[in-house]
Design a protein around this ligand. Sequence first.
Ligand code: ADP
Length: 544
Amino acid sequence: MTTKHGTMQDWPLNVWKLIDHAAINHGDREIVSLTCEGHEVRTDWRQVQGRARKVAGALRRLGVQQGDRVATLAWNTHRHVESWYGISGMGAVAHTINPRLFEDQIVYIANHAEDAVLFFDLTFVKLVEKLAPRLETVRHYVLLTDREHMPEETSLTLHCYEDLIAPEDADAPWTEVDENAPSGLCYTSGTTGNPKGVQYSHRANVLHAYGACMGDVLDIRSTTVVFPVVPMYHANSWGVPYAAAAVGAKLVMAGPNFDPPTIAKLIRQESVTLTLAVPTIWLGMLQHLEATGGDLGTLQRVVIGGSAAPRFMIEAFEETYGVDVCHAWGMTEMTPLGTLGSLSAEAMTLPRDQQLDLKCKQGRAIFGVELKLVDDEGRELPRDGVAFGRLLVRGPWIVGSYFKGDGGNILDAEGWFDTGDVATIDPRGYMQITDRSKDVIKSGGEWISSIEIENIAGGCPGVAEAAVIGVAHPKWDERPLLIIVKKEGASVSAADVLGYLEGKIAKWWTPDAVEFVEAIPHTATGKIQKTALRERFAGYTLAA
Ligand code: ADP
């Protein structure tokens, strides 16, 4: 007899199964967290699971219903991990808000999401006091601290986190929900227009956790000590708190601290083997190590994503500090991982210089993510490493529509999502981002990659940071303008930087002008804010 389906069990992929697995099989494996109170807390998966169940119980007691959004405005700490497992584990949706957004954007996001409860860190008491009158749906404010650290005077009616969860049962069962039910919500930072929400399902998060752990992806295993410097509000810390639970890795979290000395100390003290962050963090770390002569202990791998890592950064980590560097590319809409830059078997046999060329690319597709390049007419482009076009993606952890249907239908007829990135894919399968489509510079009908020029210019002695934007040109429509921040005390001229670029980029890509500025503005997720630079240099005139 033939049957329509296979005859295996239906075991819904719920995120709380990750933490149950960690508690049962890796219960003693540590979670180390710096906190906003200035403490270092050492806990483990068993305790975090029990306390997450208590959070779930407390939320039920507060009247939170399945599908309600419960927001967090919090750094990476053990309490934040407990909260997000607790929220999803009682059927609600963990909405991580980026505290670096403008106040108006936070208000917009919280009201749009209709957040019922807000968990927040001590750092944000003043901010929340200010915002609360404008938050239309928040019924309960929970301060992620203990009785001793509760503020004496505040305009808010507050729950103290430790008091709130204390009476709850650490063994109470989770709420059974469909694997396609929502478990998390994260808004894109919305450099143009209002931020849009991406509502993750339990299933997408669990499949992504399997994907993240794979050897060629983040390679997380029970022996790994993983330190996501990237915050939980930036696309779920790139999925690390789920992936770490799936295998029982030790998890290290830095609380409100992003300064290089604290990060370097934690890496050495906790014998971290894997760490992840955006390039600006690693830039600060390299400068710190250079200045102090420090090392990175047992660190094996640095994963860099969110923006492209310049070649000099990859070289410095690998050659000076003996740490493997790997690009990760993805986005909020992709849970977020899409590609990883680990070397293929063939790439391992290449000369060092060619390996570095590959490491500068964003990497190969993870199983679960399909990639496709198309031109402006939607025709598929060859994977020859030369043709650049719009990068489309498809897969079980890629957004199908934005929260509440914002932006309408965002998939094409074949189900592809346009990432807004412009890229090449080489015959080995390595994808390279050349630009975001809105930042592309079109000169005489041809595209110039602003990212490539930035990354090379960033390696010029005396340059701290570089950005490239297109400015109007009477003959070529647009030409690149290079904007430079000098290293402290350095004297570097326009001619020095342009001379440095010579031979490293195509001649016609050479910027027409160089401007020196005090600082380059960044977005809430650490990217160069090109819109602000374009506004600042609007009307900039170049000679014909
Ligand atoms: P937001 O859009 O909110 O700033 P995301 O993390 O979702 O935050 O941003 C996704 C975008 O970041 C991608 O579409 C891409 O342009 C850029 N990006 C992410 N990782 C990389 C990388 N490794 N190299 C270059 N660009 C990257």
